[in-house]
Structures are given as C-alpha cells and as structure tokens.
Design a protein around this ligand. Sequence first.
Ligand SMILES: O=C(O)CCC(=O)C(=O)O
Length: 252
Amino acid sequence: MLTEEHKAGLQASGYCVMEGVLSREETADVRRRLVAAAAESERRGVPIYREHLDPNDRNVRVFNLLDLDPIFLELIQHPVALEIVRHVLTDDFIISNFTANIARPGSGSMKIHSDLAIVMPEPWHSPWSLNVIWCLDDVTADNGGTLFLPGSHRLERRSDLPPDIAERMTPFEAPAGSVIAMEGRLWHTSGANRTPDQERALLFGYYTRSFIRPQWNHNVGLSAKTQASLTPEMRRRLGLDLTSNASLYADL
Ligand SMILES: O=C(O)CCC(=O)C(=O)O
C-alpha cells in the first residue's frame, strides 16, 4: 500500500495521504465506536475537553483509546500503519499515544506545534516520530482540517520558525477512510471548524523511536483486562514489560 510516491512525499514534504485504507462501512463503524468511547471516557471521569489544548469545548478529545474499545488496538497495529511506521522509524519504535480529536462546528485552532517538539527538546535532526492520522470524516479546509506549515519538517529549532507562521498554514484535505501520515517534525495545528453542521473526527496514532519517553503512561492507562489481551509484541511496543529499549544495544 505504501508506494514510492508516498515515500517520496514523506521525504520531500513530511507527509503523505493514503486514500481508501478503511472502507466506508469500516469508517462508519470506527466512528460510531469513537463516539461511544468518548461517552465511556466521561463516565470514567477522564474529561473530553482540555482547556490547555483547545480554545473552547467544541473540540472533543478522547484519550486512552486503547483501553476503551478493542477496535483501537486493531487500528494501532493495522498493517498499513505499521508499514509506514517501519519505513520512517525503522523497527525500533514504540506506541507513544493514541487519541482522538473531534472538531465540532465552532471549534478553534490549538497552538501550533510539532509532535516531536512535544516529546523531546531541540535540535530536531531526524524523523524520530510519526503520527498516523485516521480520517473518520471527510477532512476539508472548512471543517477543521489539520493545518500544517509546508517544509517545516526541515526546521531544527523553534527559532527557525517564520514570524508569519499563522498566515502560512495550509490545510490537509482527505476523504473519510484515508490515512494521513505526518512525520513528527512537521509543525501543525487543528483548523477551526467554520461549518454550521459538519463534524471532523480524526484519530492520532503516535509512534516514536524507542528511546523517547511515551506521551501516555500505558502502564496506568490500560486495565488488567486490556493488558491480558495483548500479544508479547504489543506489550513491548507499549512499554509494559520490565525491559524497554534493550534492543538498541545491538547497534553499539
Ligand atoms: O486535531 C487536529 O487537527 C490536530 C491535533 C493535534 O495536533 C494534537 O492534538 O496535538
């Protein structure tokens, strides 16, 4: 599924779009289960609005997806996602986080950031992280399509960012069922949803090299039941075992 064109896009632009990864029925099923997961998150007392992230409560954030429905465990290890991850990060990767952001009409942009800058200090020389974004709705400029700064995956320091960054932001657009692979150095933000009635639901599967601390503490987030359902490989990718990045010794 990952073509030479996708690889060239990742290299040249820091992202690629793969359409039709999920069928229409699969997309609708995951979306329905995401809405149920948001309700379950609230029931568990994990808020779905975070003031430090979004300007108002029109954004619905769902954390700890992997514990909320097994469908998200399937998606995080979907063969298409892992093919892109291995291409960008090598096999030495961990699952850092898996979250959702539903931008509802009236939602605004969060702060412009890169996902690598969130988990490690500058300088950012290498593509050491990757977001696999699952589009559960059509993503458009109007309904809050993620905005990115073209070419910013080559910037190594915050001081390299242009002063007019806000004016230069460009929207991703992709049909529902697509995957947008965005390497961790690309600066981006959520778009404002200016439509009267369209929601924009995205899932963010975040993967990093194994020497970077995960964004989410899966040891605490995953229930005993979820942990018991995991393969040895998933336990390793989620940092649930006693050892973590021992494989790196092989490279010394
Ligand atoms: O929802 C979006 O379009 C972007 C979300 C994002 O960048 C984040 O949650 O860190």
